[in-house]
Design a protein around this ligand. Sequence first.
Ligand SMILES: C[S@@+](CC[C@H](N)C(=O)[O-])C[C@H]1O[C@@H](n2cnc3c(N)ncnc32)[C@H](O)[C@@H]1O
Length: 298
Amino acid sequence: MLSWTLSCTLTVSAMHAKDSAVRTWTVPVDELPPKLQLKEWLVRTPLVGPWAQRFYKEYVGLEGNDLTKHLIEIRRQAFEVYKYRCVASFLFVNYNLEEKYGSDFYDHIFRRISCGERFLDLACGFGNIARNLVYDGAPEENIISADLRGEFWDLGYQMFRDRERFNGDFRQGDVFDKDYLHDLDGTIDILHTSAFLHLFDVSLQQKILRRILQLMSSKPGTIIFGRQVGNTIPYQVLKHSMRPGRGLYQHNEESFKAMFKEVTDEWDIQVWLTPRMESLYENGGRIGSLRFIITRIR
Ligand SMILES: C[S@@+](CC[C@H](N)C(=O)[O-])C[C@H]1O[C@@H](n2cnc3c(N)ncnc32)[C@H](O)[C@@H]1O
């Protein structure tokens, strides 16, 4: 026990020291799902990649047609809660941290979480990231999941069939409510957020970033990472049938960095945009996936 504690102390402080010197991450090529209209997605069956086949077989106990039927039923129920495109397109099925951000980065955060650092998945939806980490062996007591909608979290128990064995810490609430997650202020070492910031315009994205910064630990090496929809030409989507009046802002790498730097200059920001090549978006840009890993320098 003592040697494990000591090895964790050494590992984590060495990792923090390395991060304060700023580590350059390399992320794998991003696999984008096919480009389809929403109504086309809704009649599609999920494409289950090798990682998800293994995960659902081993963690959930489902494979083949049974798994397909199960996922379609969960999507039907989730779509009744709120009509998110990422739910329609089964984004949650194959999304896992190792494949999205690379083994180096995943090993790094996994060891830190295993050594007691606190991880928060903000706007967690079903809680698939908490399951991703727990399935790989991370201690669930170091993982917190937060979302506006408790219905998604409840559907997660149905999706992962783990109500009796998964005791994840879930906090329901609105990130714009200043009292929400207040008890966690200054305590989060690693924060993940996926398909979330892009739901808002730039001023609201900055408001969320300010809130995230309050949640984060002051130690150099503290990490914020995630993904969202991006565009080679930054674009404010003005009319959106599913988000009337809220505005969705799609960043490219430069505009994302500039937005963050306006909030604080104490962090190193690495961003990767993988645009779709097959077609131009309505603003003349190419939309795609924007991934980011942001590390506190001081
Ligand atoms: C598009 S889904 C993404 C879910 C998940 N992160 C994923 O990648 O599959 C956006 C999530 O943000 C949550 N959300 C939206 N507004 C929020 C708010 N104001 N505070 C907290 N969560 C919010 C929604 O409930 C939903 O689960």
